[in-house]
Design a protein around this ligand. Structure first.
Ligand SMILES: NC(=O)c1ccc[n+]([C@@H]2O[C@H](COP(=O)([O-])OP(=O)(O)OC[C@H]3O[C@@H](n4cnc5c(N)ncnc54)[C@H](OP(=O)(O)O)[C@@H]3O)[C@@H](O)[C@H]2O)c1
Length: 313
């Protein structure tokens, strides 16, 4: 089978499609024939060597976190799925490995694919959907009549964060690039700001929750946008940032939280239900496996709306 691997850290030129044996499954595992895998910024942070503390430096390394596919085979201890089921799921975010024709997973890594979604749409949901759910419901506890600022609102996480914050009854201000203005309004944002025309740092409004998905807004900058007991959520965990947010949260009313997404079967099941109700999934573009380098290069360049997805035949 074909699989994407790399043997050194670097840019997209390190990514190779190699031939490998189909993985053997253990009793509690399933073999999935992968249909689609979405691209996440975490991928290039890992293959770029920015996350060695979490990913380790041993090669070869694999790529691809969230996927959709069809159950090909089940181990004897698997009870919740059978061959032929359509599923979606995610692998360890720092190890990856979904970019392969077949993968071995455990049943807690997957959920049934929402019936109304294509395989491409379903692959775009797990990591970013879980991240948005955990930010909106657990970290920021967004509720009715709160003012929520989402900086980077039409990327993978932002598209879902806007919709979930609206579902919880908040007033949402979405900060996006010019291409994302229409999408942010479609997703339900009450106010849309094009960051190429207006800097968030010059806004006069104060918010209950400030969520930075762009990695460009620091806590120091965000403080001037926060009400006295507001929460700031960012998404780049580093030892220094985690320690300084811990110290800040003891002494300051303005809280700082950093996402470390926790993949859970329960979270995946919640996402499935939300998708079957009305959650919008926004796709940018699909690529064949043979164009993996181009796909990642374009995604990393940015200025796109929604998720890019690699399709396996
Ligand atoms: N810690 C964790 O557990 C975890 C989990 C998931 C994701 N993440 C991280 O969370 C971040 C967001 O993920 P994602 O999948 O949503 O990424 P994404 O799809 O790349 O979205 C980032 C968005 O930020 C926007 N942006 C760029 N510069 C901006 C600026 N100056 N002001 C406002 N917006 C700006 C981009 O818009 P343009 O392209 O139009 O510029 C893009 O839509 C990534 O860094 C990712 O690695 C962390």
């Amino acid at each position: 089978m074909k699989k994407v691997q790399y043997n050194q850290f670097g840019d997209e030129s390190v990514l190779d499609v190699v031939e490998q044996a189909v993985p053997a499954i253990k009793n509690d595992q399933l073999l999935i024939r992968v249909k689609a895998v979405s691209i996440n910024p975490l991928d290039w942070k890992v293959y770029g060597g920015e996350m060695t503390l979490m990913s380790g430096s041993k090669f070869p390394k694999s790529l691809g976190i969230d996927f959709s596919g069809i159950v090909e085979q089940t181990g004897s201890a698997v009870t919740r799925f059978k061959a032929g089921d359509a599923v979606m799921g995610l692998l360890d975010v720092f190890k990856g490995g979904a970019l392969a024709e077949y993968i071995a997973v455990s049943q807690t890594d997957i959920a049934p694919k929402p019936t109304n979604l294509s395989f491409e749409q379903a692959a775009a949901l797990p990591l970013t959907g879980l991240s948005a759910l955990q930010i909106i419901d657990q970290m920021a506890s967004v509720g009715p009549n709160q003012d929520v600022l989402i900086n980077g609102a039409t990327g993978g996480v932002g598209v879902f964060a806007v919709q979930l914050a609206k579902k919880r009854g908040a007033r949402v201000t979405a900060v996006v690039g010019t291409k994302g203005v229409a999408q942010a309004a479609n997703g339900g944002a009450d106010t849309v700001i094009d960051y190429t025309r207006q800097s968030v740092n010059h806004m006069h409004q104060l918010f209950d929750v400030v969520i930075d998905l762009s990695t460009k807004l620091s806590f120091t900058e965000a403080k001037s946008l926060m009400k006295p007991k507001a929460v700031f959520v960012s998404t780049l965990p580093s030892p220094v940032a985690l320690v300084s947010s811990f110290v800040n949260n003891i002494f300051s009313g303005k809280k700082r939280k950093i996402l470390i997404v926790k993949p859970t079967a329960e979270g995946l099941a919640t996402l499935s239900k939300l998708a079957e109700a009305d959650l919008q999934i926004v796709l940018n573009k699909t690529y064949p496996l043979s164009n993996v380098r181009e796909a990642y290069r374009e995604a990393r360049r940015g200025n796109i709306v929604g998720k890019s997805v690699i399709v396996l035949d």
